[in-house]
Design a protein around this ligand. Structure first.
Ligand code: ATP
Ligand code: MN
Length: 478
């Protein structure tokens, strides 16, 4: 049978065993047994659960049996029977075993003992073979699919924003330069600076920090659009919540005001969390158990107040708390808590402030709105008071900011003045400004960091552990 139509281990594990002959392929997780029989746990990554292969030693060559070690790959044909042992419903009684690729269990980096996540980062090429990363990769896939599904069902169009950008005014962080010039000997202008007119694009080019500006252009024609693409920020912040390369989902909607934008963000996040609970139950149960084990080594106050699944259910059912930045500052000032960074109106909120509001004060997700204009981007719609803008950040327990968004300034004059006030190079934004000159409409949008969502759903603690190959300062091995 073509491999295309072969059932996976996940399928066989839920099939009624009737002594039928089947074939499975995968990697050996463990082998144990006695002088008569071997039990081999085989995984093909289709589920967190392994299929148990039972091999009667008298039926196989010693040479072959010796080669079956942790890490090697096998194809096994045999009969599917009800398991004699506890812990699994079915066994595969092997009649034919082929070793596809050997592995020396002595040197195989993934040993039976538990490895630290730090160590696994150093062997990122093999960590998908661990239970934890298998679960994370399956959940990433499920949520990526769910995101497209959510928008498709609501008639949003998926727009592919460019990855290389010529505008340096997006204002969302430090950018990575893209160039084909010879770094050791670039062409120079008379004043000694690099002559980028001789570069590939004839001007400076960067990797995008956000697809927003381009998706705004599409929303001015298709009404509801979204992008889901890689995003690059050269921020040298070695935190557990920042990557240099991450994936962002950015819906942009014509005719949506700030309230509508908040409604969408809340409904979207709840849908995604429920989707994961429904479609990734086994993986989440495994990750919950893992987390409980890990937390049993920690001080009580450092542990999560809720187990993983309880937390997901709670967040998917509770209405998020909505309040203004100004109200949040008052709460923080009255809290009597000593923060590392001082709280006063006008400052950008630090993660410690955000987490206080979410985890200690409201004990649920919070949407903060109407931030001071000086700490937010130029394109956000200005409030009547002249001090704040229609921004919204969604803050999550254990994460802090998971979504940042706003209603956009649709008024040409106001937007134009703000660009000048902030000394942004307006010539490079002429095309963006034209959307406000030709048929402008109220519109809104936001950005959800995909890896922050995965952090929340999996309960993992470090963003480098929820993306296959993390990109971070001084980190580019794989
Ligand atoms: P933060 O203050 O946490 O750095 P930000 O204000 O720079 O975030 P935005 O520019 O609003 O974030 O980006 C939208 C979303 O993208 C954020 O809410 C977050 O979920 C995610 N995000 C931003 N920067 C990173 C990063 N370096 N790595 C991973 N996700 C990120
Ligand atoms: Mn940032």
């Amino acid at each position: 049978m073509s491999a295309l139509h072969q059932k996976r281990i996940a399928d066989w594990l839920v099939t009624t065993p009737e002594n039928q002959e089947i074939t499975v392929s995968g990697w050996v997780r463990t082998k144990r047994g006695n002088k008569d029989i071997a039990f081999i746990a085989l995984s093909d990554g289709s589920t967190i659960n392994n299929i148990q292969i039972v091999a009667d030693l008298s039926k196989f060559e010693e040479e072959l049996l010796r080669k079956i070690q942790t890490g090697c790959s096998l194809r096994v044909t045999g009969n599917l029977v009800a398991s004699q042992g506890a812990g699994q419903a079915v066994d595969l009684v092997a009649s034919q075993i082929t070793v596809l690729g050997e592995a020396d269990a002595e040197t195989f980096p993934l040993q039976k003992k538990k490895h630290t996540l730090e160590f696994l980062r150093e062997i990122a090429h093999l960590r998908p073979r661990t239970n934890t990363f298998g679960a994370i990769l399956r959940i990433r896939h499920a949520l990526s699919f769910a995101i497209h599904n959510y928008f498709n069902e609501r008639h949003f169009y998926n727009i592919h924003a460019p990855i290389i950008t010529g505008s340096d005014a997006e204002g969302a962080g430090e950018m990575f330069r893209v160039t084909t010039l010879d770094a050791s000997n670039p062409p120079r202008k008379e004043d000694g600076t690099v002559d980028s007119s001789q570069d590939f694009f004839g001007k400076d080019a960067n990797l995008t920090v956000s697809g927003q500006l381009e998706s705004e252009l599409a929303a001015m024609a298709l009404s509801r659009v979204y992008t889901f693409g890689p995003t690059f920020r050269a921020e040298n912040s070695n935190t557990t919540r920042h990557l240099a390369e991450f994936w962002m989902i950015e819906p942009e909607m014509a005719f949506f005001e700030l309230e509508d934008n908040m409604d969408l963000a809340e409904d979207f996040l709840k849908y995604l969390i429920r989707y994961a609970m429904e479609h990734c139950a086994d993986d989440l149960a495994f990750l919950e158990k893992r987390l409980i084990e890990e937390e049993s080594q920690m001080k009580k106050e450092d542990r999560n107040p809720m187990a993983l699944l309880e937390k997901l259910k709670f967040v998917s059912e509770q209405p998020f708390e909505r309040l203004t930045y100004t109200e949040a500052i008052q709460i923080l000032e009255r809290s009597g808590k000593k923060f590392e960074f001082q709280v006063k109106w006008g400052v950008d909120l630090q993660s410690e402030h955000e987490r206080y509001l979410v985890e200690k004060h409201f004990k649920k997700p919070v949407i903060l709105t109407n931030y001071p204009k000086d700490i937010k981007a130029f394109y956000m719609k200005q409030d009547e008071d002249g001090k704040t803008v229609r921004a919204m950040d969604v803050l999550f327990p254990g994460i802090g900011e998971i979504i940042g968004g706003s209603q956009r300034e649709e008024d040409y004059e106001k937007l134009s003045r703000r660009i000048d006030e902030m000394k942004i190079h307006r010539e490079s934004l002429w095309w963006y400004l034209e959307t406000r000159q030709y048929g402008t409409v109220p519109h809104s949008g936001f950005g959800l960091g995909f890896e922050r969502l995965i952090l929340f759903v999996t309960g993992m603690g470090n963003i480098r552990d929820v993306i296959p190959f993390p990109r971070a300062p001084k980190n580019l091995e794989f």
